[in-house]
Design a protein around this ligand. Sequence first.
Ligand SMILES: CC(C)(COP(=O)(O)OP(=O)(O)OC[C@H]1O[C@@H](n2cnc3c(N)ncnc32)[C@H](O)[C@@H]1OP(=O)(O)O)[C@@H](O)C(=O)NCCC(=O)NCCS
Length: 283
Amino acid sequence: MHASEKLTGIQELTREALHDALDLARSRGWTIHEPEWKALLHQGACFALYVDDELVSTITTIRQGDVCVLGMLLVKDTYQRRGIGTSMMRHAMARLPVRSFALAATSMGAPVYRRIGFIPRGRIIQLHADHFDGPSADINLPSVRPGCSHDLAAMASLDTTAYGWPRGEAMAIAMQISRRMVVDTSQDGQILGFGGIRDHGAGSLVGPLTARSPSAASRVLAALCQGAQEPITLQIWANHHELLAWARAHGFQETASLTYMVHGPVPVGTGGYQFAPLSGALC
Ligand SMILES: CC(C)(COP(=O)(O)OP(=O)(O)OC[C@H]1O[C@@H](n2cnc3c(N)ncnc32)[C@H](O)[C@@H]1OP(=O)(O)O)[C@@H](O)C(=O)NCCC(=O)NCCS
């Protein structure tokens, strides 16, 4: 950092800084989803670093019970490799009253987290389709219907089984930021799976996607994507070969991968039920 630059120290990232944070994210090539940032700024503890009144780094955190999910770690490209990313992580972790942390790391972030003591626990494959080559809008999926607030308790219960700890905040945010949520149900009305789709840049992003079986997951995914005219991005946990094959067969191609990393005693849950996270920043 140049001697004349005024580093104001790490401070709270406030809602008023939303537009600066979005600009920083855009400058790093990230696709913007404003409602997700808004939810994090309203409901999480978020931090910022300014130099000469310019926002040069952000990090968001959202507490989900005893686990805190860290996200949106961004450092302006001209300030990289000076220890800012590491300091932001240490600052955020020291201020949160939990011992367990989780995050989804890009290939740039993973070495920084590894040095701080995070260990990899899974991989998320990102896929993209400019045109969804799937079931046309008139194909009937009888067990799938729109999800609504009455389903929240049953969805939250399935989510707790999937992840291993209650993540009420993540479920509430999923309801809040999704354009559409759907549930797959058994004949007696039990929820077998659920998922959401939301705006993502010029297209849409699917997540969360949680289900008791790969077949329920693919029905939910088909219903979410059905009739889409816009590009769609998926983030699927890498252990789900069947769903990945389904996605590839319907026009999706792999574009990137994220590493799910944990620090401290983060429960394992029923990994087979987790098909897609809500997002990188919310896991
Ligand atoms: C990933 C990211 C946040 C890292 O930020 P950063 O401020 O560069 O991180 P740090 O400086 O703490 O560490 C990065 C590297 O610089 C090195 N470094 C730290 N201080 C240094 C210094 N004074 N001189 C030289 N190198 C230094 C670190 O050892 C580390 O090296 P390594 O990657 O070879 O292991 C930043 O590159 C970024 O915003 N990338 C785009 C968005 C992204 O992918 N974010 C992660 C989301 S999970």
